[in-house]
Design a binder for this molecule. Structure first.
Ligand code: MRU
Length: 356
């Protein structure tokens, strides 16, 4: 079935003719729209580490498509070398970014698919076909999860609302419409007059470079603010609700998302505005509590330089946490493709995963 709304911005896809993963190098946006294709696990791993491909769902889906693509390209090998190569590819991709749960969710599925396929056949061509099929399922499930998150979330958005969002939880972070931005898109497609306030999101500027770019492409009104303006725009009554994405949600309801999310949640609470987290169930880690999550720390040079230009004395120490943690009591609801989850999260997240 075709999705009901056209996908106008795409970050990652599988090119059938090339048999390769292709992506828009989001590091170069908005100045340059560069497409890169590869089937090399090393090249895709570098793209994820350097953040050419970023955003938790996009990282997971890209890793799965990269495994499928690598399997296709190496299916002329003998079964032992083929299997060893695919396992190695999974291991390389698993060491790219530690926080986004979708990466481990997708690689776990690819690993299980490989092991199950090997029980049925020792023909690398057939195993590769099965792996590509699984990777494409992961891709399409994400497309539909985006849409359903959009549908559920749009119900919570009043007409004429101004939505504050942080980082980029949009098409450029997923397979199709985004998570937080799917809510904006679906509300907009349904005729609600919504506006977005986007934080610039230092140090990598995902809000300024990506959220603004993809919303402007669709003509959805967006205003850019510096990260430190959030308190002021809330105080001035310019925001009706805050919607952000997540890199990982733990079973105890803590939300790990782009650095700065926590401050936004605190400010939203102070001003009595709803703070929603939009994420597919592939972001929810039911096997961990928050103390077991690794928060990625990135190179301090990302803080000290912008586009290669130093903005601080070169010798200064800088701290560069990529993500922060928002306590469950600051989260109004978690919007997933299976429905909207309200507190108590410990209990209600578990219900979400119970078979019907
Ligand atoms: O470091 P990034 O750009 O990969 O971080 C992205 C975010 O924090 C997003 O909010 C999150 O991955 C959700 S994207 C739908």
């Amino acid at each position: 079935m075709e999705p009901p709304y056209p996908i106008k911005v795409k970050a990652i896809w599988f090119d059938n003719e090339r048999g390769e993963l292709c992506w828009i190098n989001t590091l170069k946006l908005p100045q340059v729209e560069e497409t890169v294709c590869s089937s090399s696990p090393e090249r895709v791993a570098k793209a994820i580490v350097d953040m050419e491909i970023r955003g938790a769902p996009a990282i997971g889906v890209a890793a799965a498509l990269a495994i499928g693509s690598y399997a296709l390209k190496s299916s002329n090998l003998g079964i032992d070398d083929f299997t060893q190569g695919v396992r190695r590819a999974i291991s390389i991709l698993s060491k790219t970014r530690p926080t986004a749960y979708n990466l481990f969710y997708a690689l776990g599925r690819m690993e299980n698919t490989l092991e199950n396929a090997l029980k049925k056949t020792s023909d690398p061509v057939k195993v590769a076909e099965i792996l590509v099929k699984e990777a494409l399922s992961i891709y399409w499930e994400d497309v539909w999860a985006n849409l359903r998150i959009g549908e559920y979330g749009a119900e919570l958005v009043p007409d004429n609302a101004t939505i504050l969002t942080h980082c980029n939880a949009g098409a450029l972070a997923t397979s199709a419409y985004g998570t937080a931005l799917a809510i904006v898109r679906v509300a907009w497609y349904k005729g609600k007059k919504v506006r977005v306030i986007a934080t610039e999101t230092r140090p990598m500027l995902q809000g300024a470079r990506l959220t603004v770019y993809e919303l402007m492409k669709e003509g959805i009104p967006v205003t850019l603010i510096t990260d430190n303006s959030v308190g002021m725009v809330l105080r001035k009554g310019l925001v009706d609700l805050v919607v952000v994405g997540a890199d990982r949600i733990t079973r105890d309801g803590y939300v790990v998302n782009k650095i700065g999310t926590y401050m936004n949640a605190l400010a939203a609470r102070r001003h009595n505005k709803p703070f929603y987290v939009a994420a597919p169930t592939s972001t929810i880690d039911m096997s961990r509590t928050i103390d077991q999550v690794v928060i990625e720390e990135r190179d301090p040079s990302e803080v000290k330089y912008i586009y290669g230009n130093p903005i601080a004395p070169r010798e200064v120490n800088a701290l560069n946490y990529a993500f922060d943690v928002t306590d469950p009591d600051l989260v109004t609801a978690i919007i997933t493709e299976r429905g909207v989850v309200y507190p108590p999260y410990g209990e209600n997240l578990e219900k979400l995963f119970k078979p019907l």
